[in-house]
Design a protein around this ligand. Structure first.
Ligand SMILES: [Zn+2]
Ligand SMILES: [Zn+2]
Length: 277
């Protein structure tokens, strides 16, 4: 089996954490064999991709779930990398309508020049699917202050499915699209007891996890209140409540899905957590 590795290049979210960089906001790099995808390249995505040895020139797709800077900011420079520094028309840009065309007073946030550099541009709307190499990507409904926001479900042959909620409120049925995924990544801005309209708190994450019943879960995209509460304790709470192995992401964390799921911190001496999932 060709394993999938997910690099948590950034684990911060929201305006205050983004501006202060208390956590990085570089998004996720998914590597499956030769296939490289970058999801939600916020500020720092270019720097921390390169620092991790993940050249943007290796990218096959840039995916942007909505038009907020902590999700789109470095997309244009990653596209310049993906297109071999603008010398070759290649790769896929898949993004919400707000990012590509603008919706109401939001966006667009990727210039038509950059959209013209890639081989394929896909507008992500609920239930739109595409394939990048053999990877299936499906957009799912989200409910956020950018009305065009989408969540994602990605299918990797043999490895299984990954869910990514992006920023969303809890709503009836949100868990359905993520049902049974091997790994669910939840953008959990807020801790228990601190709801924020149109974003996920840990209380909302609990409801989604109970509906979706993923085989394991990672919390990421932390706001200030979440960082002050301690994401590790919040993850432990969710694991105790649901019985689903749950880990709070750290900048530089790598999750590898092979025969088992291995979560490895950025420090070499740290033992990885191995989950039979
Ligand atoms: Zn966000
Ligand atoms: Zn947002």
């Amino acid at each position: 089996m060709e394993p999938l590795t997910i690099w948590f290049l950034g684990t911060g979210g929201g305006r205050f954490v983004t501006v202060t960089q208390r956590r990085r906001t570089a998004g996720l790099r998914l590597v499956w064999g030769d296939v490289h995808l970058h999801i939600d390249p916020g500020p720092g995505a270019l720097i921390f991709s390169n620092w991790s040895g993940l050249s943007p020139q290796k990218l096959d797709a840039v995916v942007v779930t909505h038009c907020h800077p902590d999700h789109y900011c470095d997309a244009e420079v990653l596209i310049e990398g993906m297109t071999r520094v603008t010398t070759k028309r290649r790769g896929v840009l898949a993004a919400s309508r707000s990012v590509l065309q603008g919706v109401d007073d939001i966006g667009p946030s990727i210039s038509s020049y950059h959209q013209g550099l890639v081989e394929r541009v896909i507008v992500l709307e609920p239930d739109v699917s595409l394939e990048v190499e053999d990877v299936g990507i499906k957009a799912l409904r989200a409910l956020h202050s950018d009305p065009a926001t989408v969540g994602l479900r990605l299918d990797f042959p043999d490895v299984g499915s990954i869910g990514y909620t992006s920023d969303t409120a809890y709503f009836e049925g949100v868990g359905e699209g993520y049902r049974g995924v091997r790994l669910l990544i939840l953008c959990t801005m807020r801790p228990r007891g601190a709801p924020l309209p149109l974003h996920l708190s840990v209380d909302d994450a609990l409801r989604i996890m109970e509906e979706a019943r993923p085989r394991c879960a990672v919390l990421t995209h932390f706001g200030m209140r979440m960082l002050n509460a301690g994401p590790e304790a919040e993850a432990e709470y969710l694991e105790a409540e649901t019985g689903i192995p749950t880990v709070a992401a750290r900048d530089g964390m790598r999750v590898t899905l092979g025969e088992v799921v291995e979560m490895r911190g950025s420090r070499k001496r740290e033992e990885p957590r191995v989950i039979e999932a």
